[in-house]
Design a protein around this ligand. Structure first.
Ligand code: DGL
Length: 271
């Protein structure tokens, strides 16, 4: 048993999709969340920059004595996981393996689509994980860079014309590959599930990287005897690297609960 908090980070709001699931699965756990809102998006940046940002984000979480670090970010997971697992002295979880495993389980025809940021798609991390699991799979990738700013701006409703047009523009022709499963390879994308789902059609399964990662984190904590069994409801503290106001509003919508004043600003360059 361990009462230290779980550390979760992302470039912005997307990692909250994992926080929501972590809280549902393990309501007693305290969570420290860092969203690098001052430097979002990561997905258009170089691999060197992503690695540097990820190391600072992880060091910030360690300064809060976390018992686990979760990179709730497809871009970081696919470009900086080797470095993060080498530098961390606590268990490190990324989104790639659990999400790929769920897609392998879900597909019936062996044709899987992966959508993500540019850096995620260029790394081919999901594609490699899927092909390692089953070399007969056919994997089709698409980068969708504008999905992250749509989510950060709150343009997320299935009725929002900008969200609908953007989804249509990026996913045009994608389904024609016969895909029956799509990995939402960026943790921001589950927020756009209603719009993506409507475009992809009911016969296509959408795999939520936040959800699968939370399940893996729970299993690793259990295996390592690190679960918090205090019986007290866990607390979530949020940190961002820029204005706190916009974050509180949209985060409360994502999490379905008012996070109020629990957001603080940090100077991430110090870490
Ligand atoms: N949530 C991040 C991801 O999963 C967004 C990346 C970005 O900042 O571009 O990739």
């Amino acid at each position: 048993m361990c009462n230290r908090p779980i550390g979760v980070f992302d470039s912005g709001l997307g990692g909250l999709t994992a926080v929501k699931q972590l809280h549902a699965l393990m309501p007693d756990e305290d969570i420290i969340y860092f969203g690098d809102t001052g430097r979002v998006p990561y997905g258009n940046r170089s691999v060197e920059t992503i690695k540097r940002y990820a190391a600072q984000d992880a060091r910030f979480l360690l300064s809060h004595n976390v018992k686990m670090v979760i990179a709730a970010c497809g871009t970081v997971s696919s470009n900086a996981s080797v470095e993060l697992s080498e530098m961390l002295s606590v268990p490190y979880i990324n989104v790639i393996a659990p999400t790929a495993a769920a897609a392998v389980q879900a597909t019936k025809n062996g044709k899987i689509g992966v959508i993500g940021t540019r850096a995620t798609i260029l790394s081919c991390a999901y594609k490699k994980a899927l092909e390692e699991a089953d070399s007969s799979l056919q994997v089709f990738q698409r980068e969708c860079p504008l999905f992250v700013p749509l989510v950060e701006e709150g343009f997320i409703s299935a009725q929002d014309p900008i969200a609908r047009l953007t989804v249509e523009r990026y996913l045009c022709g994608f389904k024609e590959n016969g895909i029956d499963t799509i990995i939402l390879g960026c943790t921001h994308y589950p927020i756009l599930k209603p719009v993506i789902g409507e475009y992809a059609g009911r016969d296509v399964v959408l795999i939520d990287s936040g959800k699968e990662t939370a399940r893996r984190a729970a299993a690793v904590l259990e295996e390592n005897n690190l679960l918090n069994k205090s019986g007290k409801p866990g607390e979530c503290k949020f940190f961002v690297s820029d204005r706190t106001e916009g974050f509180s509003n949209i985060a409360s919508i994502f999490l379905n609960s008012n996070i109020g004043e629990s957001v603080s600003r940090v100077d991430i360059q110090k870490y």
